[in-house]
Structure formats: structure tokens, C-alpha cells
Design a binder for this molecule. Structure first.
Ligand SMILES: Nc1ncnc2c1ncn2[C@@H]1O[C@H](COP(=O)(O)OP(=O)(O)OP(=O)(O)O)[C@@H](O)[C@H]1O
Length: 731
């Protein structure tokens, strides 16, 4: 392709680039795969290039959890590609801007997300070949095509094992290079690509080596994440500029339903969850992002955490049989998209005092440059006011020559002093930043450790009987051994295998985290000592100032430099506070997530209990009905406060008024009602519901029927369930 054609094409592509506004670092697009006749009615409708509608079930009255989803849902993204979209359109809007970035020495990434058979591989195949042709065309059209070198590697992560797709063999090890360096896949082949045709051949070879199996939705389903990495190096004078493009075809996001696939599914879900967490943390401006949770995120640390642009193309099928997976994909994508927008809001709400500091620092810097310019002018032209006054008091008989020599000597001394002070300031700033980074890293590591402990506790709780016999608190190894050696587990062997993998990984991660904590603490101490030395040196230099400086503007410049330094230090201190606050918020977020999970379970319990009662024709005692109603009001009240009505979490308890009238236990039928209620205990047991609230509140506190008292307990699920449990037995 010659230069003119390349430019024409580039101009066309700028449309896509413009759509990708600079404020969006993370672009979220959705592509709808063409509908097939065997997939049920079409339920996904593309309304515009940014919006689509998901039709919900028309008749869901029998499923109360779904009643709130009766209305069709609208979803908005940065870009929506309909069923007739072409590979070229997707490429131009999503990938072309990143290829432009790669040629300029930046990194970029595109992820294909979605359930099995939704079209991820189809899209990525199109993007991969186009991206590489575009790269080679860009290089050929450049001024110095020979200064470029293109290398590619292609790997697969399957069951947390890394495989080289260009040179298949045993699993490869992912090694942390230490510090903040990107991890390296030991032994991964990185081949030099000479042309688009050569690349096509390499890609085809890699695709053949991918792990694939037929699934219910796709005869040729890729079971692992495939990651193509293209590195473009350019020699610019004596510097090598390096751009990188990652194109990632993620494994299907659906839950592995088949038992045989449970482990595979656990690994897929784990890495997709880790990826989602990283994207959310990054989009939310978090200072610490946990990449350690999966190999996928560890490998993508460079691209996710750097200042590069990333795109996610979520894929959905238009047919009704895929409704659940489609909904879940749309939610995942919407969550990422909505959080991206929140970044802008957070920037606006930067604390006022911090922005004031910035303004003052900016003003001071302006002042410094003004004075510097002035000083330069003064030295080369007229003497300044200070010098004029100096000259006036200087004795008439002093020779001009002596003055000049003195001035030159003074100026040289001042220059070296100023340089020394500025250099110590810079050193101090660098060390302070490093300290902050280390603090933030340590905070993140403690969160990381907490998460791993939580994961271990989860499995411990689930396999309680396994842990009980050997209870040696404080000794991690022995707990682990007790886990391995334990018996009496009632779960299936695949569950046991899943737990074993998860617990082992959690312990390994924890050991890694602890090692990293130790190293970070040691480094922190070292940096602190260095900082103290530099600060002492700075103070000594500052002490020299009044004695040696005779020029007013010079002194002023140095005083201002000192002031800037102080303010910078204050700014860093504030940023540190902010990081600590952000850490606290993340901790609370975790707690909220747990509360949410508990609430969802409570909703589920209540719904099932009601369904069970309805099925056996048992009424609900009036006070319990009232509690239901209050619970429902509480849920509605919290839903109201949500500004984004488009995305409503699917687990809210639906309105119950209609069904309530059928269920309400009437006073006239109280005797039989109570009798049936006690019968319902057996039915509930048949459903194998877990034990209800452990500590029922005294009945008198809610049986009085007072609205205010009831309101106080309305959001307390344990009370609702406790009420339910106690009522059948009530006299
Ligand atoms: N936009 C599209 N236009 C035409 N056909 C498509 C499109 N997207 C997907 N297909 C076809 O649908 C089938 C499934 O697509 P694909 O293999 O890309 O799904 P996938 O999401 O990668 O699935 P898996 O996760 O199981 O690998 C393929 O036969 C593919 O050719």
C-alpha cells in the first residue's frame, strides 16, 4: 500500500478514533452475533450505534424473583455493533486507534468477552489479521520502514497453565522479574514477523494449537484465553521505541454446567473475575490494583496498568435461548462502561484544598520562570535595581574590573549552589514518591492477604468437618495438611478437587504476598534512610544561602524553589491521605459486597419460603405479611436512590402485593392457618433450606404490630426469617 492510500485509509479511520474520545481510556463495545433460527425468538434489538434493548420474558409471574424484570432493558455502551456489522467496521472503531498508538510506541489491548458461541473468536480473528496488515502498511508508509521490527508471540492460558501456541510444548512458567517490571513467560517463543502473509501463516498455526472442544452452543469452542502479543520496535536515533498490542480472545464466560468442566469453569471464572476487578479498580482510579489473582491479569499488568487504551468487545447472541448468558454479559459490560464514566466525576470532585495547592504551585513556578528570565536578561544587559543600589553605595574609586570579577565569581558559586539545592530537591521528591508507592503497595498487599484469607475461610467453612479433627490454629502448614489429610467430606470428589486447587492456590498466593510484604518493608526502610540523608544535605545547603547570596532576585528564586518544594511535600502528604482513604473505601466496598451477597441469599430464602407456602396452600400470619411489606418497601426505597435506572441489579425482591393478598393469612381462618403453618415446617425441610436466623428476637418486640417497631426491623432479614420460623409454633 503506498503512502497516499495509507493516508486515505487513516483519514477514514479517524472517524473511529474521534468516536473513541480521549477521555475514555477503556472503551466498551457490544457486538451482536447474527441470529440463528434454532436459537428461539430474537430478543436483542439494536436501537442505535450506542444502545440496544434486551427483551425480557413476557410471562414470569410464576417466578417472583423475575417480576421486576418484566420491562425490557435498555443498555448503553460506547459502541454497539448490530448483527449486520462487518469485521471492517468493528476493526475501524475499536482496534485501528490502538494500532496507531502501537506505531507511536504505546501499548494497547482489545479483549473479546462473552459466552461460548457468542462470536468472540470470529471477531478476534478479523481484528488480528487486520491489525497486522494495518501495522505493516503503517510501517511501509513511514519515512524509515527499515527502522521498525515486528515480533509476535501467541499463547493460551488454559486451566491456569500457559502454553506457547506458536511452538506447542509443556506448560510455561510465569516469572515475576521483581520490582515493578512486567512478568515474563519463561521460554515463550517470540517470532519476528516479516509481512502480513507471514503473520497470517503464524496465526493459523497458533489457532490450530488452541484447546477446543464442542459445547452445547459451539461445535468448535475455544476453552482457554488466547493472547496474541505484537511488539513493534523502532530505532529512533540511539533510542529504541517500543509499542505493544495485545489481542485477547477470552474463554467463554458462561458457568460450566457440566461436572467434568467444573475445574475448567472455576479457572475461567476466576480469571474473568480478576480481570473485571482490575478493570474496575483501574477505571475507578484506584492507586493499587490487584493483578495477582490470575495469570491473565498478571500477564496483562503492563497493558492494564499503563497509560494505554484498552477496549472490550462484549459478545452476545440475539436468540431467546441465550437470554441468561446474554443478560449477564450485558451487565458485565455495562458495569465496566458505567465505571469508566465515573472517573470523570471523581476528577471533578478532587478535594478543594488539593486543587488550591496545585494552583499555588503553578503560580510559583510561573514566578520562578519570570525571575529566571529576568536574571538572565539582567546579567547580559542592564544591572538590576539591586545592583544599581549596590553600585550607588559602592565607593566611587572602586574599579569596574574588580566589580566584574567579583560578580562573575559570585554568579558561578550561586549557580553551583542552586544546582546542588535543586538536585537535592529532586532527589527528595523522587524518594518521597517511592515511599508513597511503597505505602500504597503495602496497603494493597494487606488487602490481598485479606482476600486470600477470606478465600481459605470460605473453603474451611464449606468443608467444616474436614478441618475439625485437626485443629491447630496458628500453624498454616498443619492446617493445610489437615485439609489434605482430612476425611468425612460429604461432597463429591470434583468439589473436593476444586477446593484443593483453590486452597492450595490461596496459600501459595499468601506466601507470595508475605514475601512481597517483607521485601517492600525492607525497601521502605532503605528509602527512608536515604531520604533522611538527602534532607540533611538539603538543610545544610539552605543554611549556606544567606551568607553567600548578595543578589536579591537570586535569593528570591532560591526561596521560591524551597517553597515549591515544601508545597510539593504537602501535596504528597495529602495524596498519601487520599490513598489511605481510598484504601479504606475499598475495604468497605468488600464488606458491602459481602452484605450484598447475604441480602441476595435472604431474598432467595424468603422467595422460596413463600413459594413453598403458596404451593401447599398455607396462608401467612398478618404480622409476617406486614414484615414482608416493610421489607419490600425498604428494598424499593434503596432502589429509588439509585440514579442509573437502566441497570437494576436482578436480585431485588419483587413487589409482593398481588401475591400477598392470596397468601395473607385471614383472621377468620386462623385456626386452620396455624395448623397448616406447622405443617409447612416439614415441607420447608423437604426443600432442604439452611437453618434460619440463629438468634430470634423476643416475639413481643415485633408482635405488637407497631409500624415504627416493625420499620426498625424491616431491613433485618434475620428477623423476617426468624419471624417465619417462630410463627408456625406460636400458640
Ligand atoms: N458476526 C458474525 N457473523 C457471522 N457469523 C458469526 C459471527 N460471529 C460468530 N459467528 C459464527 O458463530 C459461531 C460461533 O462463533 P465463535 O466460535 O466465534 O464463538 P466464541 O464466542 O468464540 O465461542 P467459544 O467461546 O466457545 O470459543 C461460528 O461458527 C462463527 O463463524
Amino acid at each position: 500500500m503506498n503512502q497516499r492510500r495509507f493516508r486515505e485509509r487513516e483519514e477514514r479511520r479517524t472517524v473511529g478514533i474521534k468516536q473513541w474520545s480521549l477521555s475514555i481510556r477503556f472503551l466498551v463495545a457490544v457486538r451482536v452475533r447474527p441470529h440463528r433460527a434454532d436459537e428461539g425468538p430474537r430478543i436483542v434489538h439494536v436501537v442505535s450505534d450506542k444502545m440496544l434493548v434486551l427483551e425480557e420474558e413476557a410471562d414470569s409471574r410464576r417466578d417472583v424473583l423475575r417480576q421486576r424484570r418484566l420491562n425490557d432493558k435498555h443498555y448503553v455502551y460506547d459502541k454497539v455493533f448490530g448483527e449486520n456489522s462487518t469485521q471492517e467496521e468493528v476493526y475501524d472503531a475499536v482496534c485501528a486507534p490502538l494500532v496507531g498508538d502501537t506505531l507511536k510506541g504505546f501499548a494497547g489491548a482489545v479483549f473479546a468477552y462473552g459466552a461460548t458461541g457468542a462470536g468472540k473468536t470470529y471477531t478476534m480473528t478479523g481484528l488480528m489479521s487486520r491489525a497486522l496488515s494495518h501495522l505493516f502498511a503503517g510501517i511501509a508508509a513511514s519515512e524509515q520502514p527499515d527502522s521498525f521490527e515486528v515480533k509476535m508471540s501467541y499463547l493460551e492460558i488454559y486451566n491456569e497453565n500457559i502454553r506457547d501456541l506458536l511452538n506447542p510444548g509443556p506448560p510455561l512458567e510465569l516469572r515475576d522479574e521483581g520490582g515493578s517490571g512486567a512478568p515474563v513467560v519463561a521460554g515463550l517463543s517470540e517470532l519476528r514477523a516479516n509481512s502480513a502473509a507471514h503473520v497470517a501463516e503464524l496465526l493459523a498455526r497458533g489457532d490450530r494449537a488452541r484447546t477446543a472442544e464442542p459445547t452445547h452452543a459451539n461445535q468448535h469452542s475455544s476453552r482457554g484465553h488466547a493472547l496474541l502479543s505484537v511488539t513493534v520496535s523502532q530505532q529512533v536515533e540511539d533510542v529504541t521505541q517500543r509499542g505493544r498490542l495485545f489481542l485477547i480472545d477470552l474463554a467463554g464466560s458462561e458457568r460450566a454446567g457440566l461436572r467434568a468442566r467444573r475445574l475448567e469453569g472455576a479457572h475461567i471464572n476466576r480469571s474473568l473475575l480478576a480481570l473485571g476487578n482490575c478493570i474496575m479498580a483501574l477505571s475507578g482510579g484506584a492507586r493499587y490494583v490487584n493483578y495477582r489473582d490470575s495469570k491473565l491479569t498478571r500477564l496483562l499488568r503492563e497493558v492494564l496498568g499503563g497509560r494505554c487504551r484498552t477496549a472490550m468487545v462484549a459478545h452476545v447472541s440475539a436468540g431467546g435461548v441465550h437470554r441468561d448468558t446474554t443478560r449477564s454479559t450485558l451487565h458485565y459490560a455495562q458495569r465496566a462502561a458505567s465505571i469508566t464514566n465515573r472517573v470523570e466525576r471523581e476528577l471533578v470532585s478532587t478535594p478543594m484544598h488539593l486543587s488550591q495547592y496545585r494552583t499555588v504551585i503553578g503560580e510559583l513556578r510561573e514566578e520562578i520562570s519570570r525571575l529566571k528570565v529576568k536574571m538572565k536578561d539582567d546579567r547580559t544587559s542592564e544591572p538590576d535595581e539591586f545592583q544599581i543600589q549596590n553600585q550607588r553605595v559602592t565607593k566611587e574609586d572602586s574599579t569596574e574590573k574588580v566589580n566584574k570579577e567579583d560578580n562573575a565569581e559570585n554568579a558561578a558559586h550561586l549557580k553551583s549552589l542552586r544546582e546542588a539545592i535543586v538536585s537535592t530537591f529532586k532527589q527528595q521528591m523522587r524518594l518521597r514518591r517511592r515511599l508513597m508507592e511503597l505505602d500504597s503497595h503495602l496497603l494493597g498487599l494487606s488487602l490481598d492477604a485479606e482476600r486470600q484469607h477470606a478465600a481459605i475461610s470460605h473453603w474451611e467453612a464449606r468443608f467444616n468437618r474436614l478441618y475439625k479433627p485437626i485443629n491447630l490454629p496458628g500453624s498454616r502448614l498443619s492446617t493445610q495438611q489437615s485439609y489434605r489429610g482430612g476425611t468425612g467430606l460429604s461432597s463429591s470428589s470434583s468439589e473436593r478437587a476444586e477446593a484443593e486447587v483453590a486452597v492450595e492456590q490461596a496459600w501459595a498466593e499468601l506466601a507470595g504476598v508475605e514475601r512481597e510484604q517483607e521485601a517492600a518493608r525492607a525497601e521502605r526502610e532503605r528509602v527512608e534512610r536515604q531520604l533522611e540523608q538527602v534532607r540533611l544535605r538539603g538543610a545544610q545547603l539552605e543554611q549556606e544561602l544567606p551568607a553567600t547570596i548578595s543578589s536579591g532576585p537570586e535569593r528570591e528564586v532560591l526561596a521560591l524553589v524551597c517553597r515549591v518544594h515544601e508545597l510539593e511535600a504537602d501535596k504528597l502528604a495529602l495524596q498519601g491521605e487520599r490513598a489511605a482513604r481510598a484504601h479504606e473505601l475499598r475495604r468497605r466496598d468488600l464488606a458491602l459486597q459481602r452484605r450484598d451477597a447475604q441480602r441476595r441469599l435472604s431474598d432467595e430464602i424468603i422467595t422460596r419460603q413463600r413459594r413453598a407456602l403458596q404451593e401447599i396452600g398455607v396462608g401467612v400470619p398478618p404480622e409476617l405479611a406486614q414484615l414482608y411489606e416493610l421489607y419490600q418497601q425498604e428494598i424499593h426505597a434503596s432502589t429509588y436512590t439509585e440514579s442509573n435506572d437502566i441497570y437494576t441489579p436482578p436480585y431485588r425482591l419483587p413487589p409482593i402485593s398481588t401475591s400477598l393478598s392470596e397468601l395473607t393469612w385471614s383472621e377468620s381462618s386462623s385456626g386452620s392457618g396455624r395448623g397448616s403453618s406447622s405443617g409447612s415446617g416439614g415441607t420447608l425441610l423437604d426443600y432442604r433450606l439452611p437453618p434460619l436466623a440463629p438468634t430470634p428476637r423476643p416475639r413481643t418486640r415485633y408482635s405488637q404490630g407497631s409500624a415504627t417497631t416493625l420499620k426498625r426491623y424491616a431491613s433485618d432479614e434475620s428477623l423476617v426469617t426468624a419471624a417465619h420460623r417462630r410463627d408456625p409454633a406460636a400458640p
